[in-house]
Design a protein around this ligand. Structure first.
Ligand SMILES: NC(=O)c1ccc[n+]([C@@H]2O[C@H](COP(=O)([O-])OP(=O)(O)OC[C@H]3O[C@@H](n4cnc5c(N)ncnc54)[C@H](OP(=O)(O)O)[C@@H]3O)[C@@H](O)[C@H]2O)c1
Length: 321
């Protein structure tokens, strides 16, 4: 089958280890099932994998991809949940110390077919296209949990989203504004800021700009480049939710502000199957859909990876089979 896979790691030139070509069909173990992929979405996670973050040499070659929507063995339209837990785990999947994401230990979703545990298959409503559904399991689920589970954002709050054009960030903007929050965003480029206003942001600022007032919550996926601005943008008692560090780790922690203003700094990772089902319902009820930057055939996946590497996108890149 056609698949997009990693054959090696390169921190500076991640696409050096990227291959698009034939891989063996999935061999699902007991309790797993094979999904015929109709659409699969690209995430920054796939670039991290090609840099050797979260993936080890002994697992190569590895099919990349966390996200897919497709058809199950009984002909049902489904979305896959990308968090794979130990068989014995019964709690919140994101808290299983042995959890992995598809493509870390098990072959991923950027392929014509992918095997997943049966419990990781979620019904896809017909109103949501395969392309839109494929964006939900990673970026959109992460945004949902950041806002509502971890950040406890409620209507009327002001929420700042840093690095607004990314997959998680556009989801934060659309979901946050649909839930009645006032969403402010920062982005490095004017054209991206304009696009983010169309997605529901109330105001858009240059990265690092002084805001008209301090905010109730900040959603961080950028890391080093925006961390200090995030901490300084919060009201006393405000909440900073962090799920990524695209520009790097280890910024100054701004500890004095954290304790003096009694800020909460909260980590967030992916989400549960239940949250994915609630996210799907929320998308249906509010009639919102993921922002898709480009849709292209799986065979042309390298172009999508290059666009993400160049940082030249607003929203998601989706591959179709
Ligand atoms: N913990 C989890 O479960 C989880 C889940 C999903 C993603 N993540 C992480 O979250 C991050 C975002 O993922 P994604 O898939 O949304 O990536 P993406 O679509 O490639 O978006 C990256 C965004 O980061 C911003 N950015 C990058 N470098 C920047 C810099 N130097 N200064 C300012 N902004 C910068 C950009 O914003 P502008 O161009 O608008 O400025 C860009 O839109 C990644 O690090 C990913 O690994 C974590």
């Amino acid at each position: 089958m056609l698949a997009v896979y990693a054959t090696g790691f390169d921190r500076d030139n991640p696409l050096a280890g990227l291959e698009v070509g034939e891989r063996p069909e999935p061999e699902p173990p007991p309790g797993w099932t094979t999904i015929n992929v109709k659409a699969a979405a690209l995430n920054h996670h796939d670039l991290w994998s090609l840099r050797g973050v979260g993936l080890s040499e002994d697992r190569l070659p590895m099919i990349l991809g966390c996200d897919a929507a497709g058809i199950d063995e009984d002909g049902n339209e489904v979305v896959i949940h990308a968090v794979i837990t130990d068989d014995s785990w019964r709690d919140d999947e994101t808290l299983d110390p042995r959890r992995s994401l598809l493509s870390e230990r098990h072959p991923g979703a950027l392929a014509e077919r992918v095997a997943v545990p049966r419990r990781n298959v979620v019904p896809k409503p017909p109103e949501i296209s395969f392309e839109h559904a494929a964006c939900l399991p990673t970026a959109w689920l992460t945004a949902y949990r950041m806002l509502f589970t971890r950040g406890r954002v409620t209507p009327g709050m002001t929420v700042l989203v840093q690095g607004a054009a990314g997959g998680v960030a556009t989801a934060l903007t659309v979901l946050g504004s649909a839930a009645g929050a006032r969403v402010w965003v920062t982005s490095r480029s004017e054209s991206k800021r304009t696009e983010c206003l169309k997605l529901g942001a109330e105001q858009a600022f240059e990265s690092g700009a002084r805001l008209p007032e301090r905010v109730d919550a900040v959603m961080e996926t950028v890391g080093k480049a925006t961390w200090a601005h995030s901490v300084r943008s919060l009201k006393p008692g405000g909440t900073l939710v962090v799920s990524g560090a695209t520009s790097g780790d280890a910024p100054p922690a701004e500890l004095t502000r954290v304790f003096f203003l009694q800020l909460s700094v909260i980590g967030s990772t992916m989400g549960t199957r239940d949250e994915l089902e609630r996210l799907i319902r929320f998308c249906l009820e509010r009639d919102i859909r993921p922002a898709i930057h480009a849709t292209m055939p799986l065979a042309d996946a390298r172009d999508g990876f290059q666009a993400m590497l160049d940082g030249d996108i607003v929203g998601k890149i989706v591959f179709t089979t």
